[in-house]
Design a protein. Structure first.
Length: 119
């Protein structure tokens, strides 16, 4: 079984920064895409940033220029550096990954970490 464990959430003032981490553990061959989603109260879960195994990145328009996604394949870890945070960035942030075992590729979710930005 594969597990994704997020860390780094918390409370920060507007304009501040946070760095989220997500480490994959368990038995698997490799990890393809790694993504960060978020879900604010009363809203649908949305894709914030994505990174391929080779490092190609994609961002939602709302975070472009402020957030940076990166990964360390040796550590099976993805990061989300969040700068210039705004109150509207407040949400539960979820790590998501496509994990390959010997048979197939399966999609996994972390448990989520709360990010709260105060004005």
């Amino acid at each position: 079984q594969v597990q994704l464990a997020e860390s780094g959430g918390g409370l920060v003032q507007a304009g501040g920064s946070l760095r989220l981490s997500c480490a994959a553990s368990g038995r698997f061959a490799s990890i393809n895409a790694m993504n960060w989603y978020r879900q604010a109260p009363g809203k649908q879960r949305e894709l914030v940033a994505a990174i391929s195994r080779r490092g190609i990145t994609n961002y939602s328009d709302s975070v472009k220029g402020r957030f940076t996604i990166s990964r360390d394949n040796a550590k099976n870890t993805v990061y989300l550096q969040m700068n210039s945070l705004k109150p509207e960035d407040t949400a539960v942030y979820y790590c998501n990954a496509d994990v390959r075992d010997s048979i197939s590729v399966k999609n996994y979710w972390g448990q989520g970490t709360q990010v709260t930005v105060s004005s």
